[in-house]
Design a protein around this ligand. Structure first.
Ligand code: 0X9
Ligand code: ZN
Length: 403
């Protein structure tokens, strides 16, 4: 009987994670040294003053207790909201149906390519672990499509992290916005004519679809590779090569910040590497994530700031954009040190000015990773001007330093 009750409880608390219940944790971390110690073990969902909040799996909690138990001030089992549902249906929970599934996202990309053939071409960057095509769009003026001349490029990418569904919606709305206003809005027409604008709205489709399977969120972060002992997932934003594995990521396969067995071990990060390296005109990258409303720039893997003129370009651009979206501009490692992310690689290896936007909401009390459909439109609106600015500056990033 007791065994039955335990099993039933385990089933209730299971959030789709094969390793058991998820736990909410609140830790006290007064210094960035303490924060960075924590970032070696778990993913930090939010930092507020000297508090850290996160939802972690059973294994991560064990490790936290073992390594830095003295910092833990509150833990309880995390029970995701929403009706019980054991189906395998791949669709968002009813109230969030406005969000796009992988299939719906691909349908939008196909529809745009069909509707605007003069300025859009479809891209295929590769395939995910489970075999989903990693699709994108290239938007550029009709003449550029036929010529080999150099045109400055910019790359917008969403959903490295599965549960950050808003990070697919914003680039999807942005690309539609550019296309719908091309030919009528002069600024947009000129920008599109003068740039190569690349969009990949869902880089981690397997993780994102796993997160919504059965129409119930699972707090999934990583991709869906099967690891050596049967757990799943590598954190794609710890899998890039620059400074890989030197802090703020874990070698434990069950960790939410598992760096993978080697840099670029994953097909999804390999796809970005290959694409960016084959498109040498890319001068700026914007990687969308959620949440906290931040504009982050390198370095993320070390405390030093980017030196010289480049450092000034990063801060100037971040500060300018923050006036429009009201997000807080900061160096990524100011949040916590973490290595293997997109931007340290893009800038460190290729000198690309790369930003990470942590979209809405501002805090976990406003919904955290699952803020609902109401935030989609305002998050898009807030980021139109920052996106247009980056598209513009791709022609000459150093131009922002001129008086
Ligand atoms: O931890 C991450 O990968 C990003 N935050 S998220 O909540 N979306 O997972 C932030 C990456 C910023 N980079 C570093 N701090 N290195
Ligand atoms: Zn993220």
């Amino acid at each position: 009987m007791r065994k039955l009750i335990t099993m039933a409880l385990a089933a209730i608390f299971m959030t789709g994670n094969a390793f058991g219940a998820m736990h909410f944790v609140h830790l006290k971390a007064k210094t960035d040294i303490e924060r960075s110690k924590i970032a070696n073990i778990i993913h930090i969902d939010q930092v507020i003053e000297d508090s850290i909040y996160a939802v972690v799996n059973e294994d991560d909690l064990k490790e936290l207790k073992k390594e830095i138990g003295y910092l833990l001030i509150e833990t309880h089992v995390y029970v995701p909201k929403g009706p019980k549902n054991n189906s395998e249906e791949i669709e968002f929970p009813k109230k969030d149906e406005k969000y796009h599934t992988y299939k719906e996202t691909m349908d939008v990309l196909d529809e745009m390519a069909r509707k605007y053939p003069k300025i859009v071409t479809s891209l295929s960057l590769g395939t995910s672990v489970e075999g989903r095509e990693l699709k994108g769009l290239r938007i550029t003026g009709p003449r550029n499509l036929k010529s080999d001349a150099f045109i400055p490029g910019i790359f917008f990418v969403g959903a490295h992290h599965a549960r950050e569904h808003l990070s697919t919606e914003v680039p999807l709305l942005l690309l539609k916005y550019l296309l719908e206003n091309y030919g009528t809005d002069q600024r947009i027409t000129d920008l599109v004519n003068g740039r190569d604008i690349y969009f990949v709205p869902m880089l981690n489709p397997d993780g994102a679809m796993h997160d919504i399977k059965g129409r119930k969120y699972k707090m999934w972060r990583k991709n869906r590779i099967e690891n050596s002992k049967g757990s799943f997932g590598v954190d794609l934003n710890r899998n890039y090569s620059y400074g890989w594995g030197t802090g703020g990521s874990s070698r434990r396969e069950t960790s939410d910040v598992f760096m993978g067995p080697k840099p670029f071990s994953e097909p999804e990060t390999q796809a970005v590497k290959k694409f960016v390296e084959e498109h040498a005109n890319i001068r700026i990258i914007l990687s969308f994530h959620t949440f906290s409303e931040l504009i982050l720039y390198p370095w993320g893997g070390k405390k030093d700031g980017v030196s010289g003129k480049d450092g000034q370009v990063f801060t100037k651009m971040a500060e300018t954009m923050s006036k429009w979206n009201k997000y807080k501009p900061m160096q990524a490692s100011g949040l916590y040190v973490a290595t293997g992310d997109t931007c340290d690689w893009a800038y460190g290896e290729h000198g690309i000015f790369c930003f990470t936007f942590e979209l809405s909401p501002k805090s976990r009390w406003r919904g955290g990773f699952y803020p609902g459909a109401k935030v989609i439109e305002p998050a898009f609106q807030a980021n139109i001007l920052p996106a247009l600015y980056l598209i513009d500056k791709a022609a000459d990033p150093y131009g922002v330093l001129k008086k």
